[in-house]
Design a protein around this ligand. Structure first.
Ligand SMILES: *Cc1c(COP(=O)(O)O)cnc(C)c1O
Length: 373
């Protein structure tokens, strides 16, 4: 027998890792810097590493208490109810739960193009169909409500990424609110804030349920807004918290979704190790602040020093218009700097450079300028 017809599905293309590139080129991994996957160059919080070591000895037990504790800590930080926090195996896992909870077979979703490929993948896993709204390249991929609404046709789920990957652009919260207001009541707007900590814009959690707080380094809502029952927000520990390897993220869902999570989740969606790491990371605000400041410095440095047009970014990466993206990516790789070839996003003229440490960022810019020259 065969799996079901998967011809509409496309595999996820991750940024290349140092080990695999070094092996391919027959070189020493130590010669490379990887600025390809928007990982945190400062590593995890030392408190999170310690929590992981401590949790190792309890790995024989299911994570009952840890799951509850992390859910409560996240809910507390955002001032929402525990039931509104859906932990997942990475933000991607939480995206799956949103799809499971909303899509019936044949339902449509609307995703940005260019955009994060997992929205469409997840929708297809759940027997959904995918439509796209184009982001305007001519306008440096700026996003407002009309960018979405002009292409909206009653889809069940609309995905907005803010800050957007790979462009770095944000959609102002007023515009997100307008998307939610002007789409059907039965349309869920998923606001993906995987890079929310790096942005100045207040979190859309403030329109999901209650004012967000600055606790644990989470973004602050500047004003009390009317809350809605058709917006969910995605957050992750993979970026500013430096925990991409443990796979931990969550969605904040509308207040009256009741026990939907219990009905759709894979039991113990986040592991004991991930939950303990997450709790410790939330307690280390300094690490998040350092991470955000390092990214802000690197963004500025890239904007000012790369000899090519760059897009304004609110994430921990910058999209650079280099001409031939794949050629630039290959040339940089030979020079020991791995960036993201954005051709899988359909952006052939660009590369995406993750914000590294000061040393890594300076080296990347230097090599990039030599390749461009
Ligand atoms: C990184 C990222 C996520 C979440 O990734 P996880 O590692 O699964 O938490 C979600 N959306 C976007 C746009 C991202 O770049």
């Amino acid at each position: 027998m065969q799996p079901r017809d998967l011809s509409a599905h496309v595999p996820y293309e991750a940024g290349r890792g140092i080990e695999e590139v070094a092996r391919e080129l027959g070189r020493d991994p130590d010669e490379f810097v990887k600025l390809a996957s928007n990982e945190n160059p400062l590593g995890p919080s030392p408190a999170a590493s310690e929590a992981i070591r401590e949790a190792a000895g309890r790995a024989n037990s299911y994570p009952t208490a840890a799951h509850t504790d992390l859910t409560a800590a996240v809910a507390d930080a955002w001032r929402v109810d525990d039931e509104q926090v859906w932990l997942g195996n990475g933000g991607d896992g939480a995206l799956d739960y949103l799809a499971r909870a909303t899509l019936s077979p044949g339902d449509d979703v609307l995703v940005p193009d260019p955009g994060f490929s997992y929205y469409a993948m997840s929708a297809r896993y759940h027997h959904g169909e995918v439509a796209e709204y184009p982001l305007p390249a001519a306008d440096d991929f700026a996003m407002d409500a009309d960018t979405v609404l002009d292409h909206y046709d009653g889809e069940r789920v609309v995905y907005v990424t803010s800050p957007h990957n790979p462009t770095g652009r944000v959609m102002a919260l007023d515009e997100v609110e307008r998307v939610a207001r002007e789409t059907d009541e039965e349309t869920l707007v998923v606001v993906d804030e995987a890079y929310g900590e790096y942005a100045d814009e207040p979190s859309a959690v403030s329109i999901v349920g209650g004012a967000a707080s600055k606790d644990a380094g989470l973004s602050e809502a500047t004003e009390d807004r009317e809350t809605r029952d058709d917006v969910a927000v995605l957050r992750t520990f993979s970026k500013a918290y430096g925990l991409a390897g443990v796979r931990l993220g969550y969605a904040v869902v509308p207040a009256d979704w009741g026990d939907a999570y219990a009905r759709v989740n894979t039991p113990f969606a986040a592991s004991e190790i991930a939950c303990r790491a997450g709790i410790a990371a939330m307690g280390d605000r300094e690490h998040v602040q350092d991470s955000v400041e390092t990214a802000a410095w690197a963004r500025e440095y890239i904007h000012e020093n790369v000899d090519a047009p760059t897009l304004p970014s609110s994430g921990n990466f910058v999209l650079v218009r280099v001409g031939d993206g794949t050629e630039t990516y290959e040339a940089l790789k030979r020079r020991g700097v791995i960036v993201r070839d954005t051709s899988s996003y359909g952006l052939l003229e660009y590369v995406r450079v993750t914000c590294g440490t000061r040393e890594e960022t300076r080296r990347a810019v230097e090599e990039l300028n030599e390749v461009l020259a």
